[in-house]
Design a protein around this ligand. Structure first.
Ligand SMILES: *Cc1c(COP(=O)(O)O)cnc(C)c1O
Length: 366
């Protein structure tokens, strides 16, 4: 927490707006839309809910296909199953670790050839805050006339050519889950320049209640709205976002300075067009060169009570998705095998960094 959250939450209590919806939700949506440079925003209960509503509004139905980046958290892909549709997984490219535009292009062409139908949507992710090759992904989507859902759950504050991630897709989504760069403990948002779509999302997220004095329902809705209290927490968090992006970037510089000379690769932006919030700083380890594996380093850190985690396990390798089709896969499989997320919190203290540095140096140079 940054310190301002209680002020906004107190506003909710003082005005007795404890119900879902209320003035803080409206303010939160306006500020998110401005930050991400999308015209319209619906604040929701989670990022997963936001993707689910995007798929419904894009009319994704049973048996339809949706192209999904395989290298991601399951929240990107599960909503496809909620709709009884089929995720078609796409490998990453080695530069940004996100959806490979060339593989996507070939995969879409192949799906059309095999099924005679176009996939209904593309879900591309900016993993760990790193923008995907968004212009090339947009080109592929445009060429095949397929809507793009930008999963910016980890990339609030990241930009490509100065434009915020979350502003490029037909839809984009954010998450304010506890582990994200800003959090409402749990929450998310759906954004678009299409006002009708966001109006529809608000309607669906409040149980699709029709405009009547009594409770009238013609469509299947969901309880996916954020509460006024949590929107207050979100407003306080937004006040801190820029500062936290700098702190996370400082963490990234810190790790770059440690691994300058070793065979450990710190994941970094391909060129100056990309700006990452560096939500998490990640490394990959070439065991042949370093003599140690990702797992050996993880355990050495854990022994000193320092938590690190493997990178996301690709969706096509998850038992849940054992039946799903995948195009490519070797790039993200290797990332999972060799990669590690290092301690990256906005609140890492100097003493903690010194301790991490000592343990890393000792292990790397042993
Ligand atoms: C966190 C996350 C989500 C889901 O967000 P929730 O708010 O946890 O539902 C989706 N995609 C990615 C890449 C995420 O990191």
């Amino acid at each position: 927490m940054g310190g301002q959250e209680e002020k906004y939450v107190k506003e909710a209590f003082d005005s007795n707006w404890i119900a879902p919806l209320g003035p803080l939700v409206n303010q939160f949506e306006e500020r998110l839309a401005k930050k991400v440079q999308m015209a319209h925003c619906a604040a929701l209960s989670s990022g997963t809910a936001a993707i689910h509503l995007a798929l419904i509004i894009l009319n994704v139905q049973e048996g339809d296909e949706v192209m999904v980046q395989s290298f991601t958290f399951c929240g990107s892909a599960n909503p496809v199953l909620y709709q009884k549709a089929k995720p078609i997984f796409v490998d990453s490219e080695a530069q940004t670790w996100n959806m490979d535009p060339k593989v996507l292009d070939e995969a879409i062409a192949d799906r059309i050839k095999q099924t005679g139908k176009k996939p209904k949507a593309v879900i591309a992710v900016h993993l760990y805050g790193m923008p995907c090759q968004i212009e090339r992904i947009q080109e592929v989507c445009k060429k095949h006339d397929i809507p793009l859902i930008e999963d910016a759950a980890e990339a609030l504050g990241s930009t490509y050519k100065g434009k915020p991630m979350g502003s490029f897709g037909d839809f984009s989504i954010l998450s304010f889950n506890g582990n994200k760069i800003i959090t409402t403990s749990g929450g998310g948002a759906l954004l678009s320049n299409n006002e009708d779509w966001i109006t529809k999302a608000r309607f669906l997220s409040t149980q699709a209640r029709e405009d009547a004095v009594h409770y009238e329902h013609h469509e299947l809705g969901f309880n996916y709205r954020i509460s006024n209290i949590l929107a207050g927490v979100g407003l306080g968090q937004l006040d801190c976002l820029d500062e936290w992006v700098s702190l996370r970037n400082a963490n990234h510089d810190f790790y770059k300075s440690i691994f300058k000379t070793s065979a450990v690769h710190v994941h970094q932006v391909p060129d100056e067009n990309y700006f990452s919030n560096h939500w998490l700083t990640c490394i990959t380890i070439d065991k042949q060169q370093t003599g140690f594996s990702r797992e050996e380093l993880r355990l050495a850190l854990l022994e000193e009570n320092i938590e690190s985690r493997p990178l996301w396990k690709p969706m096509h390798q998850q038992p849940l998705y054992a039946e799903a089709t995948v195009y490519g896969g070797a790039v993200c499989e290797k990332l999972f095998e060799t990669g590690l997320c290092l301690p990256s919190g906005s609140n890492l203290k100097v003493e903690e960094k010194e301790r991490i540095q000592m343990v890393l140096n000792k292990f790397v140079n042993r």
